[in-house]
Design a protein around this ligand. Structure first.
Ligand SMILES: Cc1ncc(COP(=O)(O)O)c(C=O)c1O
Length: 482
């Protein structure tokens, strides 16, 4: 074996050997990898080492597993596009919330009133990505088990079985929670509302990533709070340096609200060391850290992503998450673990909306308690990865010169930088006329810095209607290109 590095673990040495063979073309696209059994014999390694080597290559996007046939060399997945631009250094834009709600509402309203045939602007996957049959069965079982369910008051803070299932699920993100630390909410949207209400008042400033998820800007506007946009790197997330600068400039920052894992829209993941620094920085400054972790389960890497809350030792991090994108968009289930604000969040939840209804919670807890949940997540990750890669390649092949894209390692979106000077709202308008919805970059900031960006949803399996829609979007962009 051509050992890449004798000091590396054995499985990485085996993987390195085949990585080189693929790079050299000795193993070409479509070629079958030696079977796991032959790898064991060839390299005198155990079954688990051989398997780990294959999975390592699979995670790197070099191999694909085909059911009952083994591993095959796959086409290179990285699109031939330059990565999107890093934000300019300097002071954050002291943008205010004023006007954002109207702009976002106007765009959302325009797209909701039309007859949308293909939605490339949404935030979740197609129904076929979710285990709807198993959830129907679990729901019927719950009703049989609790025939008086609709006649009984819902349990405060969520059904105990779901709170326990979510606390177990949090172990994946390296968070230790007791079931009582979890409050079930109406999606991550309610969790974020509760977190912000718990730590800030109208008029307070909340530091957010720029660009950021437009729903967060809407929530801030509805609460009368002000968003302070901090530059966010497409590689490493929110700039800690700019955050420090902002804190020296504004003395009324009450919270930092971020998506450290698979940020929306950038898709970036903060390295753990930076998450840790962010947690420590917020703690030292007495600023609450609100983390939105609603997409982490879609991460394609071998090791699940750690949440920022992992490094929280004082309860200063509020963890918000959701099953909307990863299990059941129609059930609107989310949750919050609010650390030292737990009691306040429980009170706010009761005052705001009372507990969630029970049926969906019992059914989901039932499903999450079986191996089917992990199997579903594995399949979802695989499907989303294929869809992201396919779409990124289609963009690379059909959008005009000057288009840039950083392929994320999870999530449901591609964030595309269009050639300078292009207006994504014009693209939005023109594709809407074809019954196609995309998200213009202007939705993701109070400033106009992202007007020439476009967010596309990759939650739809590749099929002719989606291919045609993407080609229509590309055609519009080509015609508008300078
Ligand atoms: C980063 C982020 N947070 C929160 C939400 C909303 O979550 P939910 O649908 O669970 O309310 C979304 C939906 O797109 C999102 O992208």
């Amino acid at each position: 074996m051509t050992a890449t590095h004798p000091s590396l673990p054995l499985y990485q040495q085996v993987a390195g050997h085949y990585r080189q063979a693929i790079a050299a073309g000795t193993l070409a696209v479509g070629d079958r990898m030696p079977s796991v059994r032959s790898l064991m014999g060839l390299h005198e390694v155990s079954l688990s080492t051989a398997l780990q080597a294959c999975r390592e290559l699979e995670t790197a996007g070099l191999l694909e597993a085909r059911p009952r046939s083994g591993y095959f060399v796959r086409a290179p997945s990285r699109p031939a596009l330059a990565p999107i631009e890093e934000p300019a250094a300097g002071l954050p834009d002291p943008a205010q919330y004023v006007g954002i709600h109207q702009r976002i509402s106007a765009i959302l309203a325009r797209s909701q009133h039309r007859d949308i045939k293909i939605n490339l602007g949404g935030a979740c996957g197609a129904p076929s990505l979710y285990p709807t049959a198993a959830l129907r069965t679990a729901t019927a079982r719950a009703l049989r088990r609790y025939p008086d369910l609709f006649g009984s008051a819902a349990e405060a803070d969520g059904h105990p079985s779901l709170r326990a299932a979510l606390a177990r699920h949090a172990l994946r993100s390296r968070i230790q929670l007791a079931p009582e630390d979890v409050v079930v909410t109406h999606g991550c949207t309610e969790a974020l509302n509760l977190a912000l209400r718990a730590v800030a008042q109208p008029g307070d400033v909340i530091a957010v990533e720029s660009p950021t998820y437009y729903g967060l800007l809407q929530i801030l506007e509805s609460l009368g709070m002000r968003a302070l946009e901090i530059p966010c790197s497409p590689q490493t997330g929110i700039s800690l340096e700019a955050l420090e600068l902002a804190a020296q400039t504004y003395d009324n920052i009450k919270a930092v609200a971020v998506v450290p894992n698979l940020q929306n829209p950038l898709g970036c993941v903060m390295p753990d060391a930076r998450k840790q620094r962010l947690v420590a920085w917020c703690e030292a400054r007495g600023i609450a850290l609100i983390e939105d972790d609603s997409c982490a389960s879609t991460y394609e890497g071998e090791t699940p992503l750690a949440a920022a809350k992992t490094w929280d030792t004082t309860g200063n991090v509020i963890h918000c998450a959701s099953l909307h994108k990863v299990l059941a968009p129609g059930m609107r289930l989310g949750w919050i673990a609010a650390g030292k604000w737990q009691a306040r969040v429980e009170m706010l939840k009761f005052g705001l909306s009372r507990p969630n209804e029970m049926l969906a919670q019992i059914a989901v807890a039932d499903f999450m308690g079986t191996g089917a949940f992990e199997r579903h997540l594995r399949r979802l990750r695989e499907q989303l990865r294929n869809q992201r890669e396919w779409m990124a390649q289609a963009v690379a092949g059909s959008f005009p010169a000057g288009t840039r894209l950083t392929l994320p390692r999870g999530g449901l979106h591609l964030w595309i930088e269009l050639p300078a000077g292009m207006s994504s709202e014009t693209v939005f308008e023109q594709v809407l006329a074809h019954g196609i919805r995309v998200m213009p970059g202007s939705m993701f900031s109070n400033s106009n810095r992202f007007d020439h960006y476009l967010r596309l949803n990759c939650g739809n399996p590749r099929e002719p209607a989606i291919e045609r829609a993407l080609e229509t979007v590309a055609g519009v962009v080509r015609r508008l290109a300078p």
